[in-house]
Design a protein around this ligand. Structure first.
Ligand code: DC
Length: 226
């Protein structure tokens, strides 16, 4: 008898800027044969689109107006990750400092959140893999309240700032640290992501290497699969 397809195990990973949640989630997904959904990339893509059209990201009404022409795609295969807005590949461009400093403004517009959340739900529901690691702050509360495993990835401010500085060598370390803390402060107005809620596993990567952090996350997910 044919078995009904099992729905994918949903793993939600959250954490502050620079905690390594994107790269760790992607690597863990690759190791487990799971899909990977970078929800922050959708907010970054909206922001890139807004800046590309010369719209002030703080002007919520114009940001909302720009959603009509916002067509985007995000790859969920960890080995074929891409972000596109229209025909433009913005995988690299959405990591630029100008997007970093504007993304909190667009991400706090409720219409923007509703717009991208609909896409996230579709991508999660249509995953053909055994699981999907969705990375982002409101996955367990808004997008997929039934996520089977929930992980908060943290690291000290110093560790996060130095990792982010290594990603943006063209900027000064102080500038990068200031921008990162400013974004944490702005994002924490939308949700408290520094404190683990009940049932959420914390992985503190301050003293872990990249490989050790991936191992810790994979171990928690395997535990959740049992
Ligand atoms: O994880 P990231 O740095 O790529 O996220 C980019 C921005 O998007 C960040 O400022 C917070 C916001 N974000 C959000 O509000 N909700 C999510 N699910 C994911 C990201």
């Amino acid at each position: 008898m044919e078995r009904a397809p099992m729905s994918a195990l949903i793993v939600a990973v959250d954490g502050p800027a620079g905690s390594g949640k994107s790269s760790v989630s992607k690597a863990a997904a690759r190791e487990l044969g799971f899909d990977y959904l970078d929800t922050g990339a959708a907010y970054r893509a909206v922001t890139w689109h807004v800046l590309d059209r010369g719209i002030d990201p703080q002007d919520a009404a114009s940001v909302i107006g720009s959603l009509d022409s916002f067509v985007y795609a995000i790859g969920t295969d960890p080995d074929d990750y891409f972000v596109r807005v229209g025909q433009t590949d913005v995988t690299e461009a959405i990591r630029e400092a100008r997007v970093n400093s504007a993304v909190s403004f667009t991400a706090r517009v409720p219409q923007v959140r509703a717009h991208v959340n609909a896409m996230f739900r579709r991508l999660i529901e249509s995953s053909p893999k055994d699981g999907i690691i969705a990375e982002g702050r409101d996955i367990t509360t808004v997008v997929a309240p039934d996520a089977g495993v929930r992980i908060l990835l943290t690291a000290s401010e110093e560790a996060r700032a130095s990792r982010r500085a290594a990603e943006l060598p063209q900027h000064s370390g102080t500038q990068t640290a200031t921008a990162l803390l400013a974004r944490d402060a702005a994002d924490s107005k939308v949700s408290d992501f520094m404190v683990a809620a009940d049932g959420v596993h914390t992985v503190d990567s301050t003293d872990l290497s990249y490989a050790q952090t991936i191992d810790a996350v994979v171990a928690l997910i395997r535990e959740g699969q049992k």
